[in-house]
Design a protein around this ligand. Structure first.
Ligand code: SF4
Length: 457
C-alpha cells in the first residue's frame, strides 16, 4: 500500500517493512528495523543494502562480497529491490525464432559442444541464405517478432554471404527484427570485408540487421581467454566492436558464460568493464546495451566434460549479482533454455525481468541424440510468469511492448500447441505446471489465468 506522509514523502508498506521515497527525488530509505533488515545485517551486507536503497553504485569489493555471502536469499532480496526499481513487477517475454546458420567453426573453444571443424564432414552444416529464409517461412503462421541469428566462425564464408543471409531473412519476414551475430562473428565479418567496423555495421544495417545478441566475450579474463578460447578475439576487441556498434546506433546485449574455470574476481571484473562501456555508450551514442544475460554453462559433450555444471543456486546468484552490479543495464535476462524454466521462475525474484522466448529450434546447447526442437509456447511462457507472481509483457527485441498480460496469447496458442503437441521434446519444461495435488496461491493464479483464456476462446 502506498500513501503520502505529512512531509510529502511516498511511503510504501511491504511484507518486509516500510520503504519511503523522499519527495522530489528517487532515493529510498528503509524506515524501520524489519525481519529483512535483520537478515541483511546478519549477512554482513547492511552497507550494500543502504547503497541499493539509495541507488548508489556498487564497488568491485561489494561484488566480491555478494558472491561470498552464504545467504542467497539475502542477495536475492537486494537484487529484487534493484529489479523492481528498474522494471517494477513486469516480466518480459518474446516470440522469437533462433536460426543457427552454420556450426562450422575454426575457433575450437574448449567449453563448446556446438561447433564442427571445417573438415568434420559428418557433423558440419552451413545453410544457404535461401535455406535460412525457408526456416523463417516455416513459422510465418506464428506472430514472431524477433529472428535471432548466430553461428560458428566459418572461414569459407565470404563477406557477401552475411549480407545475403540478412537480406533473405528480412525478405521472408519483413516485419520481424533481426538480431544477429556475436562480436566474434562480427570480427570475422570485418576481416572478410576489409572495411572498418563502422562501415560493416552500416552495410549490415542496410541488409536488415536491427540489433546484436551479445555473446562471445565469455568471461573477460586474459587467463581464461588463453586457457579456453585463445583463437577468439579477446575482451578488449569484443568491447571495441560493441562500442563501434553503439556508435552506429545499434543496441546490443552482453553475456557472461559461467560455471567452468572462471574465478570470482574475473566475473566481477567482467561487470566492471561492461558497466564502464555502457556509461560511455549511453552518454555519447544512440546505441548501448539493452540486456545482460548470464549463461549457465553446459559441460556435456565438451572438452571439459569432467567439470560439474552450475547448480540452481549458482544460477540464481549470477542473476542477482548481475542485477546489482550492472546498475546501468535496463534488463537482466534469465535465458530459460540454459538454466531451465523452474530456475527462471525463481530468477524473476532474484533480479531477472526477462525470460526470453519461444525459441522454436536451438542448436547451441543440445543433446544430438534427442529431438532438436526446443520450445515453450506463448501460453506456457505467460503461465510460467504468472505462476511466479509477475505481470507478463510481450516485447520485441528493443523492449517495445507488443502485448500486455494475456492479450493475443490465446489466439496463437492453439496453433502452436497443435504443432508441437505430442512430439516429446522438452517434456520437463512442458510439465512445469502439472502439479495439482496442492492448491497454492500460484496455482490459484494459474487457475484464474486458464479460466480467463477459456472465456476468451
Ligand atoms: S563458442 Fe563460438 S567461436 Fe567458440 S567454438 Fe563454439 S561456435 Fe566457435
Amino acid at each position: 500500500m502506498n500513501y503520502f506522509t505529512e512531509s510529502g514523502n511516498v511511503r510504501r508498506e511491504r511484507a518486509f517493512g516500510v520503504i519511503e521515497w523522499r519527495a522530489g527525488g528517487d532515493k529510498m530509505e528503509l524506515k524501520s528495523g524489519t525481519i529483512w533488515r535483520r537478515a541483511v545485517e546478519a549477512a554482513g551486507l547492511g552497507d550494500i543494502h543502504d547503497k541499493v536503497l539509495c541507488a548508489e553504485r556498487l564497488s568491485f569489493d561489494d561484488g566480491m562480497r555478494l558472491y561470498a555471502a552464504s545467504q542467497l536469499n539475502v542477495v536475492g532480496y537486494l537484487a529484487n529491490i534493484a529489479r523492481e526499481k528498474h522494471n517494477g513487477n513486469v516480466a518480459y517475454w518474446v516470440r522469437n525464432q533462433h536460426i543457427n546458420y552454420t556450426n562450422v567453426c575454426n575457433k575450437g573453444c574448449l567449453f563448446c559442444s556446438f561447433y564442427a571443424r571445417p573438415k568434420d564432414d559428418a557433423r558440419a552444416y552451413c545453410m544457404t541464405p535461401e535455406q535460412a529464409a525457408q526456416k523463417v517461412a516455416n513459422y510465418l503462421d506464428a506472430p514472431i517478432t524477433e529472428i535471432h541469428v548466430v553461428g560458428g566462425v566459418n572461414p569459407k564464408l565470404p563477406y557477401e554471404y552475411y549480407i545475403e543471409l540478412l537480406e533473405a531473412i528480412k525478405a521472408a519476414r519483413p516485419e520481424a527484427h533481426i538480431k544477429a551475430f556475436t562480436m566474434v562473428e562480427i570480427d570475422q565479418i570485418v576481416r572478410r570485408a576489409k572495411k572498418s567496423p563502422e562501415e560493416v555495421f552500416e552495410d549490415l544495417k542496410a541488409a536488415g540487421l536491427d540489433a546484436l545478441p551479445g555473446g562471445g566475450a565469455e568471461v573477460m579474463s586474459e587467463r581464461v581467454h588463453e586457457d579456453l578460447f585463445a583463437a577468439k578475439p579477446n575482451a578488449a576487441r569484443w568491447l571495441e566492436l560493441a562500442q563501434a556498434a553503439h556508435r552506429c546506433g545499434l543496441k546490443s546485449n552482453a553475456t557472461l558464460l559461467y560455471g567452468h574455470v572462471e574465478q570470482t574476481p574475473e566475473k566481477v571484473e567482467h561487470f566492471m568493464r561492461l558497466r564502464e562501456v555502457q556509461d560511455d555508450s549511453l552518454q555519447n551514442t544512440s546505441g548501448g546495451f539493452l540486456s545482460f544475460i548470464p549463461l549457465s554453462w553446459h559441460p556435456e559433450k565438451t572438452a571439459l566434460e569432467h567439470i560439474a555444471p552450475p547448480t540452481g543456486v549458482e544460477d540464481l546468484r549470477e542473476i542477482a549479482v548481475a542485477r546489482l552490479m550492472l546498475d546501468n543495464f535496463p534488463h537482466i535476462k534469465s535465458f530459460w533454455i540454459m538454466n531451465t524454466a523452474p530456475v527462471t521462475q525463481c530468477a524473476l525474484w532474484h533480479g531477472a525481468d526477462d525470460v526470453d522466448g519461444t525459441i522454436m529450434e536451438y542448436e547451441i546447447v543440445r543433446d544430438p541424440g534427442s529431438d532438436r526442437k526446443q520450445v515453450l509456447t506463448s501460453r506456457q511462457l505467460v503461465e510460467m510468469i504468472v505462476e511466479a507472481g509477475r505481470e507478463p509483457d510481450e516485447r520485441d527485441p528493443l523492449y517495445n511492448v507488443v502485448s500486455r498480460g494475456l492479450e493475443s496469447v490465446s489466439s496463437v496458442e492453439s496453433l502452436l500447441s497443435q504443432r508441437f503437441a505430442n512430439q516429446g521434446h522438452n517434456a520437463a519444461n512442458l510439465d512445469i505446471m502439472a502439479r495439482a495435488e496442492v492448491v497454492t496461491a500460484a496455482q490459484e493464479q494459474k487457475s484464474k489465468l486458464s479460466d480467463e483464456l477459456a472465456r476468451r476462446s
